[in-house]
Ligand binder design. Structure first.
Ligand code: ATP
Length: 338
């Protein structure tokens, strides 16, 4: 059981006084709740907490300000991130990292909490190898594709946003007997597609982790046509190997020339909006756990929740492998859509 501790840095490393917190990579709903938890836990434990704006790019450019408890008032319900986020090419160069380190020295920051995805943790590993700044990560990505945690901050909200949109599309699809293809986010990961598709009763779900056989997709449509099933919803992850939603739509139109077919790309609405209760609780627990972890001397690990318990997984393990998709869910979709 994780407890707040006052014995700081029991592993012989320099005692931490000032913690920098940043959000990096793609934004996800719930990042603000994580920032709030980091700031308040840090202050509770006697640290100064500094917000590093615009991820690693802001670290390089010295966009660093101290955060007090009131600076994070009433942000738990807000999407986006008050610290803003960025993808930084400069941080991937030796010069960029050296400048970032100089900025941390200037602000006396001696530990980091990084809210982001695997790319952000890869950056933290490289940075630690050069400059030995302790860091604990928090999984903040809508993709849920990280090992070491059952959920990532923002995934639940993004799935619910996609589900609500697809429900609406289903209403109009049914009214016109249309076939709809709906693209959801997921360049490399199919979790949003899988979960939003299942929760809407989609007829087919195409994801990057599973080879898409267009013939099978077309055959399932043909089967529905024979059974006079009027509405057919296909959820497509943006990174699916089929060639993308327009490619699939074209193939369907060629095979079923009389069919009324529409495509809809949900896009960035999936990143925004007020985080769900599940994401707010997850972000609060992980923000608290990240700072407690630093206080206990943890370093180069990501705080996650597995089977309801806080666990710390080394960054090197998190970035080494991808979370495998649950194949039984793919089989289930075929059964439930008959
Ligand atoms: P998401 O899953 O939402 O895309 P992410 O954290 O994986 O989030 P990335 O864009 O992959 O997003 O990574 C965020 C930033 O981390 C990059 O813009 C870059 O600044 C830094 N980064 C990624 N890989 C490295 C690396 N090998 N060395 C140094 N920095 C890196």
């Amino acid at each position: 059981m994780l407890r707040v501790t006052t014995s700081k840095m029991g592993n012989g490393m320099k005692q931490i006084r000032n913690i920098g917190v940043l959000t990096s990579g793609g934004d996800s709903p719930g990042m603000n709740a994580a920032i709030r938890a980091v700031v308040r836990t840090g202050i509770y434990l006697g640290y100064h907490v500094f917000g590093i704006h615009r991820g690693y790019q802001g670290m390089i450019e010295g966009e660093i300000t101290e955060l007090k408890t009131t600076d994070v008032s009433n942000i738990i319900s807000r999407g986006g991130t008050i610290l803003k986020t960025a993808r930084s090419k400069d941080f991937m160069t030796s010069e960029g990292m050296a400048t970032a380190y100089a900025q941390l020295l200037k602000h006396n920051i001696d530990a980091l909490v990084i809210v982001g995805g695997d790319g952000s943790f890869r950056g933290a590993v490289d940075f630690f190898e050069k400059y030995s700044i302790p860091a604990v990560g928090i999984p903040g990505t809508i993709d849920k594709d990280l090992v070491g945690t059952d959920f990532t901050i923002g995934f639940d909200t993004a799935v619910n946003t996609a589900m609500e949109a697809i429900d609406k599309i289903k209403d109009t699809a049914e009214a016109h007997d249309r076939l709809f293809l709906v693209e959801v986010m997921g360049r490399d990961a199919g979790y949003i597609a899988l979960n939003s598709g299942i929760s809407c009763g989609a007829e087919d779900i195409l994801i990057p982790e599973e080879e898409t056989r267009l013939d099978d997709v077309l055959e399932r449509i043909a089967s529905d046509e024979r059974r006079k099933k009027a509405m057919h919803i296909i959820v497509v992850a943006e990174g699916d190997d089929s060639g993308g939603i327009e490619f699939v739509a074209k193939a369907v139109a060629e095979r079923f020339p009389g069919k009324d077919i529409r495509s809809c790309v949900l896009g960035h609405i999936q990143r925004g909006g007020s985080p769900s209760a599940a994401d707010r609780v997850l972000a609060s627990r992980l923000g608290y756990a990240a700072v407690c972890g630093l206080a206990e001397g943890k370093n180069q690990v990501m705080a996650g929740i597995v089977n309801g318990e806080i666990v710390y997984t080394p960054f090197k393990n998190v970035i080494k492998s991808r979370l495998p998709i649950q194949k039984d869910m793919l089989n289930m979709i075929k059964v439930l859509s008959i």
